[in-house]
Design a binder for this molecule. Structure first.
Ligand SMILES: [Zn+2]
Length: 310
């Protein structure tokens, strides 16, 4: 639908703006893929990319919503030509590819973006293909695929990358219980909503927030700053455990089948979920409670009221 400037009723405009703000807010705090899926992408491509030279960048013809590319297609193509890849790392839910001259290409897959070494799920949603210098036994290219087009590909210098790091909270795979206590003391919001706030802790989205709180036995409605030291220690340990397990299983591919690893294969952790999208089912932990779904900050939360008492 195209915008109709000048003839949109004020009320509708407000609704649209409110909807837009919510969509932007939701995209910021809760995007799939989450930490385990992005870490799986990084591990899937790293060995094929590090030490290689990008020979050329091809922007694929795609008739869907375009992804965001900055500074521009032309400048990105020029900057990458013959640039060597020095490292491939994860920063929160982004992939950071370190290049020559202290520059980095930062890719944020957001809802439906994938980094692939093989043929994508659909040719129509191919976005960018990077051709590498040929090496025996290694992929000769990698590409970014994005069905909905919410992903971003940006070129950063060192200062810009440092600024991005400063905006983000700590990584849950590296946080100590003291760091957890410090971050959670900053908000009285419900712990489930706090876990989605990328300024407090990065990488956790709707799936893993519900799963982590369930295994930690913490009610999603407890105010973050009210957790006891024992609960915080449990949360720290459980977060690390669940995220590492999910990485081991190469992430969660939900019913829509969108998330795939670098070889276009499904993850396996969806089969290990205890509560996520299991409303009405018997709790697999206590085998007596029934999984409930509630809405918190416009997002569904799944939990067992018996295991996770307020
Ligand atoms: Zn239970």
């Amino acid at each position: 639908m195209t915008a109709q400037p000048g003839c949109v009723a004020r009320q509708n405009t407000c609704i649209n703006v409110a909807g837009l703000i919510e969509a932007v807010h939701t995209a910021k705090v809760n995007t799939m893929p989450e930490l385990p899926e992005v870490e799986t992408m990084v591990r899937g491509i790293r060995d094929h990319l590090v030490g290689r030279q990008i020979q050329s960048t091809r922007f694929c013809r795609c008739y869907c919503k375009p992804i965001q590319i900055s500074p521009s297609k032309q400048k990105l193509r020029q900057a990458l030509r013959n640039s060597r890849i020095h490292a491939v790392q994860r920063l929160a839910k982004r992939i950071v590819i370190t290049l020559d001259h202290s520059r980095s290409m930062v890719i944020e897959p957001r809802m439906t973006g994938l980094l692939l070494l093989t043929a994508p799920p659909t040719p129509a949603h191919r976005r960018i293909r990077w051709n590498l210098d040929p090496q025996p036994g290694l992929a000769d290219s990698f590409e970014f695929w994005d069905r909905r087009g919410l992903g971003t590909v940006r070129l950063f210098n060192q200062t810009e990358l440092a600024e991005l790091r400063d905006q983000l909270g700590p990584d849950p795979l590296e946080m100590t219980p003291d760091q957890w206590a410090h971050q959670l003391a900053r908000t009285r919001r419900a712990i489930k909503s706090a876990l989605l706030d990328q300024h407090l802790v990065v990488g956790i989205g709707n799936i893993y927030a519900s799963e982590i709180l369930h295994r930690a036995g913490i009610s999603p409605e407890s105010p973050a700053s009210s957790l006891s030291a024992e609960q915080i220690a449990q949360l720290a340990q459980t977060s690390s455990q669940i995220l590492k397990d999910a990485i081991r299983y190469e992430g969660s591919t939900l019913g829509d089948g969108t998330y795939r690893n670098a070889l276009n294969r499904q993850g396996g952790y969806q089969n290990k979920h205890c509560v996520y999208q299991k409303e009405g089912e018997l709790c697999p932990t206590c085998r007596r409670g029934q999984i409930r779904r509630i809405i918190q900050a416009q997002r569904s939360t799944f939990f067992c009221p018996r295991c996770q008492r307020t």
